[in-house]
Design a protein around this ligand. Structure first.
Ligand SMILES: [Zn+2]
Length: 217
């Protein structure tokens, strides 16, 4: 099947299999034209990028992101891509040595998560993106996907006092609000939580409120 062999042969040949596209590709950008779907800036040629296969209006195609941008925003996609060794699916495959190790990308994600939190209004509820964080009140690990409540704790910083966001399991919120270092008022707590929480399913959120229980405020 190296050249056009005509109709007789076409009848016996199998239909051309559709090109299988890997769910993820990690590669050096083959051009400098694609824009990162996370930060919207151009991905310079040669910079590491990750393609996430999506069904678009013209069929299947890749949405490209700087690998670092994806690490910060699409952490679970990056984890999956690494599991699948997505750099081997590139047109010009890379070796594992040519991509950053997953641990360094996780650190980026944690750093970005911290920064985002410092800009967000407290308190709010969210789903734990990993199973690595602990409840700052009880020290228990918070399961991936479980609801955690983010509230403020006052931390002495030299002569300054700063409010830093901490993760607390819903069942320990009442106790944490009584902690002298707690920077989040118990009064109006649930209303504030409701107002500041995004991206948590209503039913899941209400169950967390039940676990928080009566705050006597
Ligand atoms: Zn980017």
């Amino acid at each position: 099947m190296t050249d056009d062999t005509g109709a007789a042969d076409a009848q016996t040949s199998e239909p051309e299999p559709e090109e299988e596209l890997a769910p993820y590709v990690i590669e050096g950008a083959r051009s400098g034209r694609a824009k990162c779907k996370t930060c919207r800036k151009v991905i310079p040629k040669g910079d590491l990028r990750i393609g996430v296969l999506v069904e678009g209006p013209y069929g299947l195609g890749y949405m490209w992101h700087h690998l670092n941008c994806a690490a910060k925003r699409l952490t679970s996609h990056v984890e999956e891509a690494y599991e699948q060794r997505a750099w081997e699916a590139a047109k010009v495959p890379l070796t594992a040595d040519e991509v950053p190790d997953l641990e360094s990308l996780r650190k980026l994600a944690e750093e970005a998560d911290k920064n985002r939190k410092e800009r967000r209004e407290l308190p709010y509820a969210e789903l734990a993106p990993t199973g690595r964080a602990r409840c700052k009140h009880s020290g228990e690990l918070i399961e991936k996907g479980a609801v955690r409540i983010v509230l403020g704790r006052e931390i002495e910083f030299g002569r300054q006092t700063r409010t830093t966001p901490i993760n607390v399991l819903p069942e320990h919120v009442a106790e944490e609000l009584n902690n002298p270092e707690c920077a989040t008022p118990a009064e109006g707590f649930v209303d504030a939580l409701r107002a500041n929480t995004k991206d948590v399913d209503t039913e899941v959120f209400e169950r967390a409120i039940e676990k928080i229980g009566d705050l006597g405020a």
